[in-house]
Design a protein around this ligand. Structure first.
Ligand SMILES: Nc1ncnc2c1ncn2[C@@H]1O[C@H](COP(=O)(O)OP(=O)(O)OP(=O)(O)O)[C@@H](O)[C@H]1O
Ligand SMILES: O=C(O)c1ccc[n+]([C@@H]2O[C@H](COP(=O)([O-])O)[C@@H](O)[C@H]2O)c1
Length: 212
């Protein structure tokens, strides 16, 4: 199966059905800690955007991630700047800092409430890797979230698909990459060229991020 062009029958039917009922703008929401943003984030967002015919994808860096215990060691400003550098050349990618401005723990339901109140005419698609899909039932008000947003899953190597909610699966190339791996590579002096956009790599080098 060619994951770049294949689109399962089931997903095609869901997309076509959804397209006939579309209203407002179709906005993909890619939430994450992005510590740092890497190629798999960008590929997932682009594949979901083009295959589901979304108007834009908004990257929403979290302030305090709800389920991550380890300290981030990098400022929110640095994470947001790297996201900006990574997405700047894509006219349909946007970085939205609403969770940073809201402060506190970044629950996705609060973000979706805010967005659906501000622009109720839009449709919001929550894009997430299969690791997040599998733990979605532990998120705050997950049931409600699944009603307010369309859930979009991207297969992630090492995390078999085990959805508890109805969702659209988008085929994207399997990329075994994580921010953890990027941080480890930098701290041990291994190259991250081609794993993150060049501008992000240069920023990490200039600011001396993730060295220890
Ligand atoms: N390699 C990947 N393939 C598919 N989805 C991914 C991949 N890496 C991250 N994602 C998805 O991107 C979103 C943001 O992830 P996040 O910022 O936590 O990156 P991460 O690589 O998982 O970070 P960390 O290693 O620090 O936990 C999540 O929905 C996650 O599932
Ligand atoms: O709302 C929740 O309860 C919740 C629990 C875990 C993760 N999330 C969101 O999922 C996104 C990815 O999280 P993370 O920790 O993998 O970076 C990010 O936007 C988080 O705010 C949200």
């Amino acid at each position: 199966m060619d994951s770049l062009v294949d689109f399962s029958k089931e997903t095609q039917v869901k997309v076509q059905t959804a397209e006939s009922q579309r209203k407002g703008k179709q906005i993909g929401i890619m939430g994450g800690t992005f510590n740092p943003v890497h190629m798999a984030h960008l590929v997932a967002a682009e594949q979901a955007m083009t295959k589901l015919h979304l108007d834009e994808v908004w990257f929403v860096p979290d302030n305090i991630p709800p389920h991550k215990d380890a300290p981030l060691n990098v400022s929110a400003r640095d994470r947001a700047t790297m996201l900006d550098l990574a997405t700047r050349d894509n006219p349909r990618f946007r970085v939205k800092l609403l969770e940073l401005f809201r402060g506190g723990v970044s629950y996705t339901i609060d973000t979706i409430h805010y967005l659906t109140k501000k622009a109720p005419e839009n449709t919001y698609y929550l894009i997430m890797g299969s690791d997040q899909v599998n733990s979605l039932h532990k998120w705050k008000n997950a049931e409600e979230l699944a009603k307010l947003a369309t859930l979009v899953g991207i297969r992630r190597p090492g995390y078999p698909q085990d959805p508890q909610y109805s969702m659209i699966w988008v085929d994207a190339p399997d990329i075994r990459l994580s921010s953890t791996a990027i941080r480890r590579a930098v701290s041990t002096g291994i190259s991250i060229r081609y794993l993150v956009p060049d501008k992000v790599r240069e920023y990490i080098e200039e600011k001396g991020l993730y060295r220890d």
